[in-house]
Design a protein. Structure first.
Length: 217
């Protein structure tokens, strides 16, 4: 019997695409030296910043990768391991082409041909359930909690911050914490290998109920 493909979803911003650096550059342009990363912006300035982002034609195509070469490596693994991958995002619309079109072109330009991009407004858990995903890779703890609460998928939290990952993540069933995309890909390879490798004779014997004494008389 053929095993169904390994199905994985990747969030875009904070996982594959470096939105934070782009926002920091835009904030410095708008507000000068006062807009340093360690200084929180006021609500008014955050609104100004996002107005600038949304008025920039095809803004989502201007982002860099969080880890150079990660998208191309993912594409190579998809070909090699025959994974089914989708890309999820809640990006707002900007001037220029649609979010889906911009995201599609961004991925193709970095080595992933024919990506499946979905702009979603529902919880990550609901999406994982609908697509029958095995794993969702995201950078937001609340999204990971949605995944394990509302679906049978496993969540991988890409946590790049210098602070320790939220304690609830470390003790939650089906949530793994990694430091970035390449670490996430290494983990996915391990999960897929354990999923595909046939169980050893010893493990099969251990799972087989012992025969009733009467049956061997």
């Amino acid at each position: 019997m053929t095993r169904r493909p390994f199905r994985v979803a990747f969030d875009m911003d904070g996982v594959l695409a470096d939105l934070n650096s782009a926002l920091s550059r835009a904030a410095r342009t708008l507000f000068g030296a006062a807009a340093m990363p360690e200084i929180p912006l006021t609500k008014r300035r955050r609104r100004q910043l996002w107005n600038t982002v949304q008025s920039t034609p095809n803004f989502w195509e201007t982002l860099e990768e969080t880890e150079p070469g990660a998208v191309a490596r993912l594409a190579a693994l998809v070909r090699e391991r025959q994974w089914e991958v989708v890309f999820l995002t809640t990006r707002p619309e900007t001037a220029g082409d649609s979010v889906q079109t911009q995201t599609h072109r961004w991925l193709v330009a970095r080595g992933f041909p024919c990506p499946n991009v979905f702009v979603v407004r529902r919880s990550r858990g609901a999406v994982a359930a609908v697509f029958e995903l095995d794993v969702v890779v995201d950078d937001r703890p609340e999204h990971c909690l949605d995944v394990v609460s509302d679906s049978s998928a496993r969540a991988v939290l890409a946590w790049r911050r210098r602070t320790e990952a939220p304690g609830i993540m470390l003790n939650r069933v089906r949530i793994d914490v990694v430091s970035g995309v390449h670490d996430a890909l290494n983990l996915l390879l391990d999960i897929d290998a354990r999923r595909c490798d046939p169980p050893s004779l010893l493990s099969r014997l251990l799972r087989t109920p012992a025969a009733h004494p009467a049956s061997v008389l």
